[in-house]
Design a protein around this ligand. Structure first.
Ligand code: NAD
Length: 503
């Protein structure tokens, strides 16, 4: 393991008395500022979406807590930004090791809090840990540049320095990896950070911050403010002059609001927003292979992933074989609580999610779409207290339907038939979003032309998982600004500084 390569000298030391300060989040969930877990008189409940049971109560922070966290982050920035990249790298390595050691317990907590099946939760913890490892390595590769000048007596030197204090907001659908995808590059770059997790998944966030503390991240470098109402914290994030960078993952509507508010002080922003992925199956593709892929990526996280397909374009001549396989696959998907063996489809996040899906399915059916599977909320027996929706296939979806335009964020696969390959690029690009897209064809030149013509940031060609800590993740148009992961992920947290030296 690369962590074993860290020399004793570089491994940060954590006193056991410091580790003892870390609370068990299930009995007491506090706000983490300046290395201390602080009490709060106000708390809010966290529920299991599979059965509606209250799991824990969490400290309810607001603008005052955010302000205190920024003060601590600004103070900590002085020494953290001056520390060596090797030191910061060693801490991230240690966090990576700790996260992998706790993979099973973190996955179990995630299943309880967010709902996804245990295996998917463990995969997410692995993905989250990947960012810690990747940026532990990238920390040491913050290279500068020298540029030849036109003047014989001048030298240009370029350095990349940390932007400063970062404010981060993360969503509930990937409650661990969306945190490390921001925190790891920020720390690698030398920034300090204040993070607000989603109100429905604060427990996963608390566990991640416990790992960071235990890995030896110094006081004030990472700070966590949990809150039931995100608005006051968001206002502080956008208006506090200490904050130099705002990074957000969530819906396009909230992202745009925060970007507008942050523009008042011209803070740098990164925005990972919604998607409406096209999944294109050309006539020459293997329809069975493509349908298996569609079944996997559409129903990933119960359809609650920003890269889930929302328009499955299938050439009419292979539609029968495609739909047979897709329908057979969906029929086998077991719905239930994520900790039940064999469950593939967990609960949705809340009542509003169900209402949105219902509205899109009802609208599509009223305009002529046919339901080939599912089509209903599940309410009986084991489903009675949770937010379950049957995995659904809609056939004959057309551009007049809501689902053709709106992100669903649920387990509904809308299938749109097409006849002419020449039309498909325009159809796929006919959306305000531009995050992920998928293409199935065996024709290399068609694959390349489609890849080049699609206005999306992440494109899978005969591949449903074009994501990795090593690869840039992000969208075009209303899907966002900036990239996470990869080399680009750290650049988001760096300023470019030019020195012109007269010699
Ligand atoms: P959301 O925008 O409602 O919430 C996301 C986060 O923003 C939460 O932490 C929430 O508390 C916070 N928030 C909401 N209003 C706020 C405000 N006024 N000020 C500050 N913070 C505020 O989105 P969601 O429903 O939690 O997540 C689903 C959305 O996220 C989908 O659109 C999905 O596509 C998108 N998403 C995108 C990516 C990506 O990488 N592009 C990844 C995951 C999710």
């Amino acid at each position: 393991m690369p962590g074993c390569l860290i020399s004793r000298r570089l491994t940060p030391k954590v006193k056991s008395s410091e580790i003892n300060r870390i609370p068990d989040c299930r009995e007491i969930s506090k706000i983490f500022i300046n290395g201390k877990w602080l009490d709060s008189t106000a708390t809010f409940p966290v529920y299991n979406p599979a059965n509606g049971e209250e799991i824990a109560r969490v400290a309810d922070g607001g603008a005052a807590e955010a302000r205190a966290a920024f003060k601590a982050a600004a103070e900590a920035f002085k020494s953290w930004s001056a520390s060596t990249a090797h030191y910061r790298s060693a801490i991230l390595y240690r966090a990576w090791q700790l996260m992998l050691e706790r993979k099973d317990e973190l996955a179990a907590l995630m299943t309880q809090e967010q709902g996804k099946p245990l295996k998917a939760a463990a995969n997410e913890v692995q993905y989250a840990a990947d960012f810690l490892l990747w940026f532990a390595e990238e920390a040491k590769r913050n290279y500068g540049e020298t540029i030849p000048s036109g003047r014989a007596d001048q030298r240009f030197v370029v350095q990349h320095q940390p932007v400063g204090v970062v404010a981060a907001v993360t969503p509930w659908n990937y409650p661990v990896s969306m945190i490390t995808r921001k925190v790891a590059p920020a720390l690698a770059a030398g920034c300090t950070i204040v993070l607000k997790p989603a109100e429905s998944t604060p427990l996963c966030a608390i566990e991640v911050f416990k790992i960071l503390q235990e890995a030896g991240v110094p006081d004030g470098v990472v700070n966590l403010v949990t809150a039931n109402d995100p608005a006051p914290v968001g206002e502080e994030f956008c208006s506090n002059p200490v904050v130099r960078k705002l990074t957000f993952t969530g819906s396009t509507a909230v992202g745009k609001k925060l970007a507008r508010d942050a523009a008042g002080q011209l803070k740098r922003v990164s925005m990972e927003l919604g998607g409406h992925a096209p999944f294109i199956v050309f006539e020459d593709a293997d329809p069975v292979h493509a349908a298996k892929g569609a079944a996997l990526v559409k129903f990933l996280n119960t359809g609650q992933a920003c890269i889930c397909p929302n328009r499955i374009f299938v050439h009419r001549n292979i539609a029968t074989a495609f739909l047979e396989t897709l329908t057979a696959r969906v029929a086998k998907m077991r719905v239930g609580a994520g900790n039940e063996p064999g469950v593939a489809i967990g609960p949705l996040v809340n009542e509003q999610a169900i209402a949105k899906i219902d509205a899109q399915v009802t609208d599509a059916c009223s305009k002529g779409a046919k339901v080939l599977a599912g089509g209903d909320r599940l309410v009986d027996g084991e489903f009675s207290n949770g937010y379950f929706y049957a995995p659904t296939i809609l056939h004959g979806v057309t551009e007049e339907m809501l689902i053709y335009r709106e992100e669903t964020f649920g387990p509904v696969a809308p299938v749109v038939l097409f006849d002419d390959d020449d039309d498909i690029l325009a159809m796929a690009n006919d959306t305000t979003y531009g995050l992920a897209a998928y293409v199935y064809t065996q024709n290399l030149s068609l694959a390349m032309r489609t890849f080049e013509g699609l206005q999306f940031g992440i494109i899978g060609i005969n591949d449903i998982n074009p994501t990795s800590a090593a690869a840039p993740f992000g969208g075009m148009k209303n899907s966002g600004l900036g990239r996470e992961g990869a080399r680009e992920g750290m650049v988001e947290y760096l300023e470019t500084k030019l020195g012109g030296f007269s010699v």
